[in-house]
Design a protein around this ligand. Structure first.
Ligand SMILES: O=P(O)(O)OC[C@H]1O[C@](O)(CO)[C@@H](O)[C@@H]1O
Length: 534
C-alpha cells in the first residue's frame, strides 16, 4: 500500500458521510467535474468526489505511471507479460499514416492490407458479386464466442439504423438450441457463415461451425465456398477447408475482447458497409488521441477509471451498474462484462504477488427504462450502494418519435437526480399526510417511502449513437480498463481464470458419455453426472 493509497483512505474516511448534493455549493461544480471530448460529455459531478479527492486520485494515477504504461502500450511493448505479447488493438484503428512497431516490425502494412481485403469482400458480398449457390447472400451467421461474438453482436445491434447489408445472426452458445434456432428459416444456399475464433480451437465455436457445415452440406454442393474465417491461426483455418481469400488474419497482440476493430469486426462491416465501419474506427481513434493528450484530470478514460477506483477499492462498492438509456445498447453491459471482468478480475498483481486490494468490480446492467421496472428498487432503497453509469443520447434515430426520446432522457436524468437527492423521512411524512394518513399508520407508511439518496452516478451523454460515437464509447471503456489495471498493478490482457473450467469440461465429456466412471469426482459432481447422464 503506497502513501497515495494511504492518503486516499484517510480522505475517504473523512468525507464518507458528506452529502453529494452539498458539493454543488462550490461554484461551477457541474462544469468542473465534467469532461468533453469530440462532442461527448462525461459528467462525474454526482459523486462524492471533490477537488481534493480528485487531486489525490490523479496523484495515484501519476504515481502508478499511467502515462508511462500508456506509452508502453501504444509503442508496442510486451505489456501482456504472462503471455509475452504486445497489446496493440489501438493499431487496428490507427490512421493511415501511422507507423506502429513491435519487435522492431511495423504492424501497419499488414493491418491495412487485411482491412483492404475485408473491404473488398464486404463490397463484393453486399453488391452481389460474391454469391452463394442460390445467388446473392441474404443472411450471415457469425459463429464465435466471448470476444469473437460480444463485440460484433453488440455493435450490429447498436448500429441497426446504419444497417444496409445482409441480415446478421450471431451464434455463440454450445447449447444446440442456439444454432438450431438460428438455422431455422434460413436458406443455406444464400447464407454465409463466418467462423470467428482467434485461436480457431474454442470448442463451442468449432462445434457450432461443424453443425452449420453439416446443415449447409445437405443442400450446398461446396459448403466451404460459403464459409469465411477470422483468426490468428491460419494453419487451422486452412486445415478446416476455408480458402485463404476468405480468411482474415490478425496477430496475437490483439486480445479477443479488444478485437472488434479488426477482422473480428467483419460481421459489422458486412452489416453497415466499409464506409460506416471506417467511421467507427475514426471514433475509436478520436478517443485514443484524447486519451494520449488530455491532462489526467481532464482525461475521460482516466477519470472514468479513477471514479471506479474511488467507488470500488476505496468506498467498498463491489458492483457497478451500466445503464444505457439507449435500447440499441442493450448488449453493452454484456460486452463490458467480458471487457472489464475478464481483464481486471484477477487475484494477483503483475509480479505474481497477491493483490492487496479488491480486483475490478462486478459489472452488470440493462437498458433504461426497462431496468427501472426491475432492479432499480434495490438501487434506490437496498442496503448496498450500487454506483450507476448512465449513458444517453441527445438525439435518437426516430425523428417522428421525438416525444418518446424526450421521455427517455427525462427518465435518465430523473434517476440520477433521485439517486443523489433521495427523499427524507420528513418529506415522506408530508406525502403521507397529504394522502390523509395519520398517527402510527402515517409513520409506518412514511418509513417505506424514504430514499436514503446520496448514491453516486456518472452520466455519459453523446449527440447520437452513430458509428463514430460507438467507436468513441468502446475505446473509452477499453482505456478505462487499462488505467484501472495499471493502478491496481494487474495484467489486464491475459485470462488464465477461464482455463480450469475448460479443462474439467473436456475431462467430463467421456464421463457423461459413460465411457469413464466418476471415480475421483466429488460427491456432488458424481451425483449430478448420475442424474444428467443420458
Ligand atoms: O476467439 P477464440 O479464440 O475462439 O476465444 C473466444 C473467447 O474465449 C476466451 O479465451 C475465454 O474463454 C476469451 O478470452 C475469448 O474472447
Amino acid at each position: 500500500m503506497t502513501d497515495k493509497w494511504a492518503a486516499l483512505r484517510v480522505h475517504q474516511a473523512k468525507v464518507a458521510d458528506r452529502a453529494i448534493l452539498s458539493l454543488f455549493d462550490a461554484p461551477n461544480r457541474a462544469a468542473d467535474f465534467s469532461i468533453r471530448a469530440d462532442g461527448m460529455l462525461f459528467d462525474a459531478s454526482k459523486t462524492n468526489i471533490c477537488r481534493e479527492t480528485r487531486a489525490l486520485l490523479v496523484a495515484l494515477a501519476e504515481s502508478s505511471d499511467v502515462a508511462g504504461r500508456r506509452s508502453a502500450m501504444f509503442n508496442g511493448e510486451k505489456i501482456n507479460d504472462t503471455e509475452g505479447r504486445a497489446v496493440l488493438h489501438v493499431a487496428l484503428r490507427a490512421d493511415d499514416a501511422a507507423v506502429i512497431k513491435t519487435d522492431g516490425q511495423d504492424v501497419m502494412p499488414e493491418i491495412r492490407a487485411v482491412r483492404g481485403r475485408m473491404e473488398a469482400f464486404a463490397q463484393d458480398l453486399r453488391e452481389g458479386r460474391f454469391q452463394g449457390q442460390g445467388g446473392k447472400i441474404t443472411d450471415v451467421i457469425n459463429i464465435g464466442i466471448g470476444g469473437s461474438d460480444l463485440g460484433p453482436a453488440m455493435a450490429v445491434l447498436a448500429l441497426a439504423p446504419y444497417h444496409d447489408g445482409p441480415r446478421m445472426h450471431f451464434v455463440s452458445n454450445v447449447d444446440g438450441a442456439h444454432i438450431s434456432q438460428t438455422l431455422q428459416g434460413l436458406n443455406p444456399e444464400t447464407t454465409l457463415v463466418i467462423v470467428a475464433s482467434k485461436t480457431f480451437s474454442t470448442i463451442e465455436t468449432m462445434t457450432n461451425a461443424d453443425t452449420a457445415k453439416a446443415w449447409m452440406a445437405k443442400v450446398v454442393q461446396d459448403p466451404g465456398a460459403q464459409f469465411a474465417a477470422v483468426s490468428t491461426a491460419l494453419d487451422k483455418t486452412s486445415a478446416y477447408g476455408i480458402v485463404p481469400e476468405r480468411v482474415f488474419g490478425f496477430e496475437d497482440w490483439v486480445g479477443g475482447r479488444y478485437s472488434m476493430w479488426g477482422p473480428i469486426g467483419l460481421a459489422l462491416m458486412l452489416a453497415i458497409g466499409p464506409k460506416a465501419f471506417g467511421d467507427f474506427l475514426a471514433g475509436g481513434r478520436a478517443m485514443d488521441q484524447h486519451f494520449l493528450t488530455a491532462p489526467l484530470a481532464q482525461n475521460m478514460p482516466v477519470m472514468l477509471a479513477l471514479v471506479g477506483i474511488w467507488h470500488n477499492q476505496l468506498c467498498g462498492y463491489a458492483t457497478r451498474a451500466v445503464l444505457p438509456y439507449d435500447q440499441r445498447l442493450a448488449r453493452l453491459p454484456a460486452y463490458l462484462q467480458q471487457l472489464e471482468m475478464e481483464s481486471n478480475g484477477k487475484r494477483v498483481s503483475r509480479d505474481g504477488s497477491d493483490l492487496t486490494l479488491p480486483s475490478g468490480p462486478v459489472v452488470w446492467g440493462e437498458p433504461g427504462t426497462n431496468g427501472q421496472h426491475a432492479f432499480y428498487q434495490l438501487i434506490h432503497q437496498g442496503t448496498r450502494v450500487v454506483p450507476c453509469e448512465f449513458l444517453v443520447a441527445k438525439q435518437g434515430h426516430e425523428p417522428d418519435l421525438a416525444h418518446q426520446h424526450l421521455l427517455l432522457v427525462a427518465n435518465c436524468l430523473a434517476q440520477s437526480e433521485a439517486l443523489m437527492r433521495g427523499r427524507s423521512l420528513d418529506e415522506a411524512r408530508a406525502i403521507m399526510a397529504r394522502k390523509g394518513a395519520t398517527g402510527d399508520e402515517l409513520e409506518r407508511q412514511a418509513r417505506h417511502r424514504v430514499f436514503p439518496g446520496n448514491r453516486p452516478s456518472t452520466t455519459l451523454a453523446y449527440p447520437q449513437l452513430t458509428p463514430f460515437t460507438l467507436g468513441q464509447i468502446i475505446a473509452l471503456y477499453e482505456h478505462r480498463v487499462f488505467v484501472e489495471g495499471v493502478i491496481l498493478g494487474i495484467n489486464s490482457y491475459d485470462q488464465w481464470g477461464v482455463e480450469l473450467g475448460k479443462e474439467l469440461a473436456l475431462a467430463l465429456q467421456p464421463v457423461l458419455e459413460g465411457r469413464v466412471g466418476t471415480e475421483g469426482k466429488d460427491g456432488s459432481t458424481a451425483a449430478l453426472v448420475d442424474f444428467l447422464r443420458n
